[in-house]
Design a protein around this ligand. Structure first.
Ligand code: B1M
Length: 221
């Protein structure tokens, strides 16, 4: 039963069907199932498939745009529930989040933000296509503990360096931690540019921020 609905979720993304994706997400929540499981094992595999098909030119940009709309419709249903399930406790720290300049991919970054909020972090989400200086300015103004910069394109990954340089210019380093992520990003890249860490997915991003910013917070969600 669960496997069947996960499979329909994958299909709804590939078909670029927002209403269907949102209805499946609702059905999932009504059955009491874990919302992150639906994202990780239902909707994201659909998105991965679309990306692969786009990469080998079996699908075109409008197909990717339709898939992204379906993904956004599904996460709009699931993310509030993820946040609601997060235990409400004192604020663990402040994280400034954004997708780097020149890059408008936002779905993965939004998911990282949702898990951070659910775990008790204050998140300042700057959106996508964010200039390096804006990350640094927001971090300074908010007294942030960490900055998270997402990048989905090999051509925009280099902007991570600019974010670090902007933070250094404002003397925010090394106190304010910098984490990087997104499909083309690796641990090697993070080490090369002098970031504090890299995470392959949203759950690992949360674990990393907890380790860097709130090490005393233990294993709480
Ligand atoms: Co674009 N796109 N896209 N796209 N797109 C990719 C990234 C691509 C790999 C597809 C492909 O060719 N196979 C390719 C990049 C190739 C490369 O650079 N190596 C690509 C391209 C080429 C482009 C355009 C250039 C296409 C064009 O115009 N010709 C263009 C660029 C626009 C721009 O940014 N300037 C473009 C546009 C778009 C859309 C607008 C249509 C749409 C984005 C819509 C939106 O976000 N509102 C889109 C989409 C949807 C994709 C794919 C298919 C899916 C991305 C996604 O949302 N995945 C993508 C293929 C792929 O990644 N397989 C692709 C689901 C999401 C949950 O996963 O974002 O990876 P992801 O996030 C994960 C982890 O990466 C991690 O956690 C998340 C959750 O587990 N993570 C972090 C993400 N950020 C993190 C930050 C962290 C830590 C972890 O710390 C701060």
């Amino acid at each position: 039963m669960e496997e069947e609905i996960l499979s329909r979720m994958r299909r709804s993304i590939v078909d670029g069907a927002p209403q269907h994706a949102a209805a499946l997400a609702q059905e999932w929540l009504q059955s009491g199932s874990e919302p992150l499981h639906a994202i990780n094992d239902g909707f994201i595999p659909g998105m991965r498939h679309v990306g692969e098909q786009f990469g080998c030119r079996a699908l075109y940009l409008p197909d990717v745009m339709a898939a992204a709309e379906a993904m956004k419709a599904a996460t709009a249903v699931l993310e509030p529930e993820i946040q609601r399930r997060g235990l409400k406790r004192g604020v663990r720290g402040t994280v400034v989040l954004g997708t780097v300049q020149g890059d408008i991919h936002e779905i993965g970054k939004n998911l990282v933000g949702t898990l951070l909020i659910a775990a008790g972090f204050r998140v300042i989400d700057l959106g996508c296509n964010v200039a390096a200086e804006r990350f640094a300015e927001a971090a300074e103004q908010a007294g942030a503990d960490a900055v998270g910069a997402s990048s989905l394109l090999t051509t925009t990954m280099v902007r991570h360096r600019d974010v670090i340089a902007a933070m250094e210019r404002r003397n925010l380093r090394p106190r304010v931690k910098i984490i990087v992520g997104g499909a083309p990003v690796t641990g090697k890249w993070s080490a090369e540019i002098g970031a504090d860490g890299y995470a392959a997915d949203a759950q690992r991003a949360l674990d990393l921020v907890k380790r860097l910013v709130a090490p005393s917070a233990g294993d709480a969600p």
